[in-house]
Design a binder for this molecule. Structure first.
Ligand code: GLA
Length: 352
């Protein structure tokens, strides 16, 4: 009898340990009832980091592998593009990333179609030639449509079971601190079009060709600087009036010194007041003080949890400090060799 009770006690003890272990140390499991937890991923990490990524994340944003310069193929455009049909080709890194998502049931955030950066200059020139003249808006309309159409078609053809739940149709349209869109001197899109009509066209084409369930996003950075918050809000409202947009992406490349959690929250609230979804799409927080970092990480996660009904995903921009684009300032939840940091424990402390 005594030994029976002892065995029962041991079983309960071990299983409760085990359950709290599995329920509490995976980010995605911890926040499962609230939102997806995403990370950006580079193909280099898909082998060594596979089990870590599978454990913590249920959304992936390819760090570079779906950007225009990675998937628009110059030679194919010149050979088969007839000056207007953008040819989309996925290289090995893109394929590896998309396969990883598909094989592991991890949802994809597509990133990105219209961006002033990482988009080849020849994409805007006659015959897709490096030295051609810049094309007219009319030609660019056709290139933009075929770029979006062919990307979604190739995703569907080669990765039929991939769940694409959102896509950044436009990235970083606006100037740093408010004051409107990037000018022609800083964006080939603005240069060719001379106005913001390309934004509406991009969303129209994305609406036409995106798979069902794929939400269309306007993504930007420094989105909490009030004048810029307004610029993004105004554009989102215009797109919304035309039924073209589903969400606003807040990149959230923060520093412990700026912005404050309350300034950040004002931007979240302003964006939610559009009636659209909001996602935190590229969160990292630079620091030389890990304690302050964990406080701000926790505050940002808490703001997201508070609004979880309309925030379907929170993505951190990378898995661990050593591979971050801002690695000198240790901006992520995990340090070298995926060691959990104070910020990880702080966010896991939030009741989800
Ligand atoms: C921006 C882009 C990302 C990435 C980072 C730097 O935030 O949206 O795709 O290029 O810069 O890694």
């Amino acid at each position: 009898m005594k030994s029976g009770i002892l065995i029962l006690f041991l079983i309960c003890f071990v299983s409760s340990k085990f359950m709290s272990f599995s329920a509490s140390d995976s980010l995605k499991d911890h926040f499962q009832s609230k939102f997806k937890i995403g990370t950006s991923v580079s193909p280099n990490e898909l082998n060594s980091g596979a089990s870590f990524i599978r454990k913590h994340f249920n959304s992936i944003t390819p760090e570079n592998e779906l950007k225009p310069d990675a998937i628009i193929n110059q030679q194919a455009c010149q050979q088969r593009g007839n000056n207007v049909e953008t040819q989309v080709v996925f290289n090995q890194g893109t394929r590896a990333t998309l396969s990883f998502c598909q094989n592991n049931g991890i949802a994809l955030r597509g990133h990105t179609f219209v961006w002033y950066s990482q988009t080849p200059d020849w994409f805007f020139r006659e015959n897709f030639n490096t030295w051609g003249n810049y094309v007219s808006r009319n030609i660019m309309d056709k290139r933009l449509e075929s770029f979006i159409k062919n990307t979604f078609a190739l995703l569907k053809k080669d990765f039929p079971n991939l769940k694409i739940y959102s896509y950044d149709v436009c990235n970083e349209l606006f100037l740093n601190s408010g004051g409107g869109m990037r000018p022609a001197s800083n964006s080939k899109w603005a240069q060719i079009y001379g106005d913001d009509s390309f934004v509406f066209k991009a969303f129209q084409f994305a609406r036409k060709y995106a798979p069902s369930g794929c939400k269309l996003y306007l993504n930007d950075y420094n989105e909490y600087i009030p004048a810029k918050t307004n610029d993004i809000y105004n554009m989102a409202m215009r797109l919304k009036q035309n039924g073209l947009i589903d969400g606003i992406g807040m990149q959230s490349h923060l520093d412990v010194g700026y912005p404050s959690a309350s300034l950040y929250e004002s931007a979240v609230n302003k964006f939610l007041s559009t009636g659209l979804e909001v996602q935190i799409t590229e969160l990292d927080i630079t620091t030389n003080n890990e304690w302050n970092q964990s406080v701000l990480f926790k505050d940002i996660f808490k703001i997201a949890v508070k609004n979880a009904a309309r925030i379907p995903a929170l993505t951190v921009w990378g898995t661990h400090d050593s591979i971050s684009w801002r690695r000198e300032k240790n901006p992520l939840l995990f340090g070298a060799n995926y060691a959990p940091k104070g910020a990880y424990y702080a966010v896991m402390d939030i009741a989800a």
